[in-house]
Design a protein around this ligand. Structure first.
Ligand code: ARG
Ligand code: GLU
Length: 736
């Protein structure tokens, strides 16, 4: 990197902050503390009534104090002064499941604590609240000079980051995060609460209504919510679980608005989106559409088919595999929508057009030309060259990692094997005992017959993808086998695997004689295949992918910098990276295809229309049907109807699950939990005509809590808004 480039990086970083998007920007996930400079006017023009400081402020309380990173993967929000926390059912699923047994099946029947004593603890679950975010780009890049090579540069950055962390050490947990491929660095301080208790969850027939069939789909009728409570020490600071802990008093909690949101009304989503890739060049987008997604879809299709067959035959297998099936089918279905959406919105052509405009613009300006002329061609070449490697990588992950449980389980013995090889008896004994303890969790939801079938379907796919270059002797031997021989090999591998042959015996031998256990394990076909495939991934595929990543990252950073410089009027926002962001848009339906127009709201009538008694996806609790028949909706009704879900044009992604949907006054009107299928390509190519996020209406949530579960005491904790603001009410009255 040239010196000029480093200087320019600094200049553009600063310019980052000053670019004002001109048009109404529904696309984007914006950094909260920059909203005042970047988005506030746009948001106001769309109907936001509060200020940027109301959204994010470090000097006084603001909405940000109510937004929680839930367990690192989802979002949640504080909705009472007593630490009451709202998130999705699918975000609390693991906790609800862990408290469930055959006698107390909370997944099936729901769970409601009727007072604080009945709440359930969840070891390991955290709730983090951002205290402040500071731009530290200059500090991180300080002393990074042109003559440095990549390693020196990375080392200098690491050193600077260490210093920043040390300088800011105090009561909060700190982290320095790169944004926009390292064009910008932000220091984030957060309070991490560790005592988070389960308060309530509806039965899956409400919280997961429609399950996999309705997943990613609109119109939707799922009450995807669960309720927790954050506890703190008596000083209101994070504390490990203790009976002496008290409900946390947040600096701010959300007000709950029961008036709903009409089409075209302003909404925003405040949360922790996980990851997007909005600045990829056209060739990589084409690879995703034509190669990566289809290959991954095909593997999962074959796996899901195998699972489905057995799950239909056996109740036991269905219970064991429900959660695994949901996980595998979630991405599978998303990718299908993604490919479709990229094709309908002509994502490749769109990126090509941008690339042409960029190239034309830089060619007219000598300064830009010298800075950026190499960027796109080099970046695209890197993506071209990386393609075969990516296919290998994806195929390993899909077939042997996500696709095979025995292999994945065996990858977890690496530590034991290395202790055995080091002849470290003491540590081996401790670790083996731990492993033996943990085995029950694996066996509980494992069906080896099914796993063997999956292996027979997927091993040939894996072997076909593995490159002969760098492949071990075993992999080469298997690659050369014909179908029948390979099938026999798998049958034999499963038949002789001691890990699955007799769980009790295997546990006992790990505890009693770990040396002998590992020695026999090492000789097994199963472990040898696990070892060969894992080693190939770690020693052959990974180093090559990392080498590409370093180069790609640098060029992506320069490409984004160039785009910003060349098109200062266009909105550029950093890709999602699991940090706090705000997305905003409007409540609106969409046209999924020619001749079809979707509305923006669904109602309980639609839930009842989908009802299939006894079905595992569309069954309903009797009580809900009764409430529907008697129209017993309390204060939560809209006229004589019960609202259930709605959609809006907020730019969201995975991780935004559980995020609050706020109205123009910053009041809670819904709970984000999904996107529409036609719009899942928004991770690469947001298109306002098709991309919608899906939310549960907060009135449905409270109706279920109050009328269905009789846990109205929870609603009493909340600050409810049950009337329109005076001006709006007056306007409605005079309206014809
Ligand atoms: N599609 C939503 C998300 O990505 C919900 C997933 C959970 N639901 C399910 N049926 N798998 O995460
Ligand atoms: N269900 C997703 C999540 O768990 C949100 C849906 C999406 O990807 O937008 O975060």
């Amino acid at each position: 990197m040239t010196k000029r480039l480093v200087n320019r990086m600094m200049a553009v970083c600063i310019a980052f902050v000053m670019i004002i998007p001109s048009s109404s920007a529904k696309e984007g996930m914006w950094i909260p503390y920059l909203i005042g400079q970047l988005n506030a006017d746009d948001m106001a023009s769309m109907g936001m009534e509060i200020s940027a400081q109301d959204i994010y402020d470090v000097n006084q309380s603001s909405l940000k104090d109510a937004i929680v990173h839930f367990g690192g993967g989802c979002t949640a929000e504080l909705i009472s002064s007593k630490g009451l926390l709202l998130t999705n059912h699918h975000c609390g699923y693991g906790q609800i499941q862990s408290h469930s047994s055959l006698e107390n099946n909370y997944l099936q029947n729901g769970f409601w604590a009727m007072n604080g004593k009945e709440e359930l603890t969840n070891p390991g679950l955290t709730a983090s609240i951002v205290k402040y975010m500071n731009d530290v780009t200059n500090e991180v890049l300080s002393g990074v000079i042109a003559t440095m090579d990549k390693e020196q540069r990375a080392a200098k950055i690491r050193e600077n980051v260490e210093k920043i962390l040390a300088d800011n050490e105090g009561e909060y947990e700190l982290e320095v995060k790169p944004f926009a491929y390292g064009n910008q660095y932000i220091l984030i301080a957060k309070e991490v609460f560790k005592d988070v208790r389960l308060v309530g969850a509806p039965p899956s027939s409400i919280g997961k209504y429609g399950a996999d069939t309705d997943n990613w789909m609109w119109p939707r009728h799922t009450g995807d919510f669960s309720i927790f409570r954050v506890y703190a020490g008596t000083d209101n600071k994070p504390a490990e679980y203790s009976e002496a802990n008290v409900p946390y008093t947040p600096a701010q909690h959300l007000k709950v608005n029961l008036m709903g949101a009409k089409p075209n009304e302003f909404t925003m989503i405040y949360g922790f989106p996980g990851s997007t890739n909005e600045y990829l060049p056209s060739n990589e987008i084409a690879f995703i559409i034509n190669e990566y997604d289809p290959a991954r879809i095909a593997v999962r299709e074959s796996l899901l088919e195998t699972l489905d067959k057995k799950m239909r035959e056996s109740d036991a297998t269905r219970i064991q595999y429900a959660s695994k099936y949901a996980r595998i089918s979630n991405a599978w279905k998303k990718w299908i929508g993604e490919v479709k959406g990229m094709k309908t919105t002509k994502a490749v052509e769109r990126k090509q057009k941008l690339e042409r405009e960029f190239t034309e613009a830089i060619n007219k300006n000598d300064d830009w030309k010298s800075q950026y002329a190499d960027v796109l061609p080099e970046l695209m070449k890197l993506y071209d060259d990386r393609k075969p490697l990516m296919m290998q990588r994806y195929m390993f992950l899909e077939t042997m990692y996500y696709g095979n449980e025995l292999m994945r389980h065996l990858y977890g013995y690496r530590k034991l094997v290395s202790l055995y090889e080091e002849d470290n008896t003491e540590a081996l004994e401790t670790e083996a005992a731990k492993k033996a303890e943990s085995l029950a969790g694996f066996y509980k939801n494992y069906d080896s017959e099914l796993d063997e079938k999956a292996m027979k379907a997927l091993l040939p796919v894996y072997l076909n993808a593995v490159s002969t270059e760098g492949a071990s002797e075993l992999l080469l031997k298997l690659k050369a086998m014909d179908e029948v021989t390979l099938n026999k090999y798998v049958t034999n591998l499963y038949a002789k695997s001691m890990v699955i042959a007799d769980p009790e015996k295997w546990s006992a031998s790990l505890k009693d004689n770990p040396k002998k256990a590992i020695k026999t394990l090492l000789k097994s076909d199963a472990y040898q295949l696990a070892s060969a495939s894992w080693t190939n991934f770690i020693d052959v595929i990974n180093p090559q992918t990392s080498a590409y990543e370093v180069k790609i990252e640098e060029l992506q950073a320069r490409y984004m910098m160039g785009l910003k410089e060349v098109f200062p009027q266009r909105p550029f926002y950093p890709d999602a990276n699991s940090t706090l962001r705000v997305a905003y848009g409007k409540v609106e339906g969409y046209k999924p295809m020619d001749g079809v127009q979707y509305g923006s709201h669904t109602y309980l009538d639609g839930v009842i229309e989908k009802y299939i008694p006894g079905d595992y996806e569309f069954d309903l609790p009797e009580k809900l049907i009764q409430l529907y028949k008697t129209k017993d909706y309390g204060i939560y009704a809209e006229g004589d109807k019960m609202p259930v879900c709605f959609i809006a044009s907020n730019h969201t992604t995975g991780g935004n699950s559980g995020s609050p949907a706020l109205n123009g006054r910053g009041e809670l009107i819904g709970l984000n939990f999904d996107r529409t299928w036609e719009g899942t390509m928004s991770d690469y190519n947001y298109d306002v005509s098709l991309c919608r996020n899906i939310m549960v209406d907060i009135r449905y949530v409270l109706f279920i809590v109050d009328k269905f579960a009789d846990a109205g005491y929870l609603v009493e904790e909340m600050d409810l808004i049950t009337e329109l603001p005076k001006e709006e009410a007056a306007a409605e009255e005079v309206a014809p």
